[in-house]
Ligand binder design. Structure first.
Ligand code: NAP
Length: 325
């Protein structure tokens, strides 16, 4: 008998066809109240789950006694109770690598947009307020040659370093759990303690996962170490940052600007103080959001799920201790 797969993310026609061939599929079209009720109804018979942007905690997982595998369409796995999945022997997979370059592109878009004040000045033109040649009041700051500071030198951090080093002639400094000799060799990157990086980087970029250890990592004390010209970029997860402390630093201009793709709460509240600041560029969690990359991520998740349901080890297994070879 075919296994039952519950999708809470719509896939392209070719990927849907692949899943239908291998499994009985229930598609939850959206994660609104109706969708969540449909999901709860489908979970008792589900063998596989595939989707993103849903907090899958023990309470929800307890509704799915037959669950064998969960395939996340994301690299970040902060939405999953990994300990509980592991305890239940459920395989969790994610989609690393395929989104690395696109997410680094987003990081660079935010670096350029904040430093050159692209959104603020484009809005000025659109509002009909470009009445004379602009002067120092509207000047931005250079990106090329400035020091790029990367916190979390993993796949995305490395892709950001590559862009900064080869594309913009930027000296690269980084902080991570451990030094990365290969990155140092390729990009001339230098390891720094977190306080040293915060003090020395012109651009402080977060490319860390959200974990118990990184939650709230950047708060008032860390913003105080940055200088008035520092530009802060977050393409990791909102909860790595104390958002109130960030707002304070931006309002007091103790840092120059922020480019933010992720927030403590998403979607961002319309009345967030961040949206009243000209020195903020806020994007709606678009790190990997291109047609090509989202399709590649979905394909990767389908591969992982079908492998797991066929009794094979998924390529991108997050909790390898579950795997019994
Ligand atoms: P990755 O390859 O695992 O890299 C993460 C790096 O962070 C690792 O190199 C790790 O260092 C470092 N790290 C972890 N905890 C740390 C800590 N407490 N202090 C210092 N360094 C720490 O992951 P990735 O593929 O680059 O993705 C990174 C994160 O980006 C994801 O988890 C996700 O949350 C986020 N992301 C966001 C978007 C978006 O749409 N904005 C898109 C994709 C990914 P070591 O190697 O030394 O352990």
């Amino acid at each position: 008998m075919k296994k039952h797969v519950v999708l809470y993310k719509k896939l392209s026609a070719p990927l849907m066809a692949r899943l239908h061939e291998a499994a009985t599929v229930t598609l939850i079209e959206s994660l609104d109240a109706t969708g969540l009720a449909q999901l709860r109804e489908a979970l008792p018979t589900a063998h596989g789950l595939l989707g993103a942007s849903l907090r899958l905690d023990a309470q929800l997982l307890d509704l799915a006694p037959r669950l064998e595998a969960v395939a996340s369409v994301s690299v970040g796995v902060d939405n999953y109770d990994i300990d509980y999945l592991t305890q239940r022997g459920i395989l969790l997979s994610n989609t690393p690598d395929v989104l690395t370059e696109t997410t680094a592109d987003t990081g660079f878009a935010l670096i350029l947009a904040t430093a050159r004040r692209v959104v603020e000045l484009a809005n000025m033109v659109r509002a009909g307020n470009w009445n004379q040649n602009i002067g120092p009041l509207h000047f931005g700051s250079d990106v090329h040659g400035k020091t790029l500071g990367i916190i979390g030198m993993g796949r995305i951090g490395e892709a950001l370093a590559q862009r900064g080093h080869f594309g913009f002639g930027m000296p690269v400094i980084y902080h991570s759990h451990s030094p990365k000799p290969a990155v140092e060799q390729r990009f001339g990157a230098q390891y720094r303690s977190l306080p040293d990086l915060l003090q020395q980087a012109d651009f402080v970029c977060l490319t860390l996962p959200l974990t118990a250890e990184t939650q709230g990592l950047i708060g008032a004390r860390e913003f105080a170490l940055m200088g008035p010209e520092t530009i802060f970029i977050n393409i990791s997860r909102g909860k790595v940052v104390d958002e109130a402390a960030l707002v304070e630093a931006l309002q007091q201009r103790t840092i120059r600007a922020a480019g933010l793709d992720v927030f403590e709460r998403e979607p961002l509240n319309h009345d967030s103080p961040l949206l009243r600041l000209n020195n903020v560029v806020a994007t709606p969690h678009i790190g990997s959001a291109t047609h090509e990359t989202r399709e590649a991520m979905a394909r990767c998740a389908v591969d992982n799920l079908l492998a797991a349901l066929a009794g094979e080890r998924p390529k991108n297994l997050v909790n390898p201790s579950v795997w019994k070879a």
